[in-house]
Ligand binder design. Sequence first.
Ligand SMILES: [Zn+2]
Length: 621
Amino acid sequence: MYFDIEKGDVRMIRALKLIGDYKQEISDENLLTQIVSNPNSNGKYNTVLIIVFKEEDGEIVFYDIEVEEFIEEKLEKYAYKYGSSRGGDLTPTCKITDLSKTFNKKFQYSIRDACENLEGENKNEKIILKIYDILQDEDNKEEIYNKLRKVNYDNNAILTIALKKEDELKYVGDFEEFTQSLMEKYEEKFYYKSSYCKAEQESIGEDNLCYVCSEKLDKTYGYVGTFAFYTLDKKGFTPGGFKRGEAWRNYPVCPECAKILDLGKDYLEKELSATFCGLNYFIVPKVIFNTHGEDREELFEMLKELEEHKKFSLQEDARKTLTAAQDDIFYVMSEFDNYVNFNLMFYEEQNSAFRILLYVEDVLPSYLQRIFAIKEDIEREGLFKELKGKDGIFDLDFKFNLISDFFYVNQRNRPDFTKQFLEIINNILTRRKISYQVLIDRFVAHMQEKFRNNKSIWFDNLKALMILKFLKKLDLLTATGEEELGVSSTIEEYREQIEEFLEQHSDILDSNVKRMVFLEGVLAQELINIQKRDRDGVAPFRPRLNGLKLNEKIVRRLYPEIINELEDYDKNLHKQLEKMIADYILESDFNQISNNELSFYFVTGMNQVHKFKFNNNEEGD
Ligand SMILES: [Zn+2]
């Protein structure tokens, strides 16, 4: 009846525990920091009004109103936690909406609720109960309210109480009596679900082993859903089947571990997460699953180092990123020595359910360095430099976003190829081959659609070329159908230039048939450009390209058609290119190439026409 926690989840739970331990060790922050909220999260509550009490001759009395500027360092002191809209907050610290309402209602409810379980057993309890009494008294209330009213401040303010001891203030957060109930409230989520039916609301196990620390404990909780990957609300948990209240049997977590996992999650989200082409990911330094001894120290060392690297690296130039995101941390990872491996977890959070999309294991820093080196190499190629864009001249940088653009990751109203994209990313990061054919098919489908809609495709084509070159250099492409290259013929000067270009890009143009169809694309675009120039932007030849859905027959048909049309313009350059194509057609093996590849290299030729120095230098469409 019980389900298994998935492999990725188990790793995640362990990693979270370690990271949580780390977080607890490096800071004096206690759990309270995690629990309290920031009343000034919108930056508009910059004033704190404190109703100060003090001890006088053994009696607690109202002393005065003190005003201070809100500072984040005092979050634990204020110990603010929103309660409900009609009732009070969870501690006597409230955001002021309307002074009269807040002071007379919300604030009063808050302190009343906080006093509910106090019996005056110790000194603190007595103080708090006395403060409550003072605030019940109408005369006191009026005096305090009038004083509060006179305080001037900009925007909004926060209302709280404190006790003056000598010259120091003891705040709400300094009273365990107040924070204790916060802690209890916080812990409740680990074992109590108000939305479940009565019989299943509570899940507490007794005397069993904690799933996380493996210790036998008298109390374990069943609803610890740190990341909601373990969710009991999934389908299949129908009444009569698995009793959700018995969840502690399946994934029991002791109170201490439950809190540590939360700490780990908090750290992970703040320090080790980023976005990647519209997807969220965490980097999880590979943890050796022994949670004791040296490995643990090593992990802690590494997290510290990571924090430091991150501080510096992120300020460096944007070229050192593999994604368009500001928070890209790949370069940071690449700066480590190889003793550290990284695991990457791509995930999705939807309706509070957490789904791991991809778990990439063992990414080595040295390999990331290689990726960055190749990225730089490719970016230096003339093909990608000094491009004419809408906002002027620019260079194309290699980023994984170039790939995701073809796979419509998180794009509306488009087919979603996120899964294929993630597979490609997984293969790149773990050095596995990527199907050249899958890429070509996607590139071409994307460009055909834009071509049909009369949209420019030169930039898409350039991005596709960059991706192919990048992967080829990383040696990650499956066979691209290389064959013997070269055509025998007399060499003339212009032809030599063309040959040189083909040679420069022999990583991509690696067969006769690809070169042939590439050159035919060059010539076709030349013809289209001429027609457009002569006929007010209309190119009658364009529809002959069959929406860029090419095959051998069309490629063979296009050749004489282009030549016929170009005859009127009789240029020597055309003649040489025509001759070259004819030579290549003879040497081309069409069995070696798919229709999408034919289309792809044809488009590539169309988009590189300006490299062939006809008398037209436009980019084409
Ligand atoms: Zn435990």
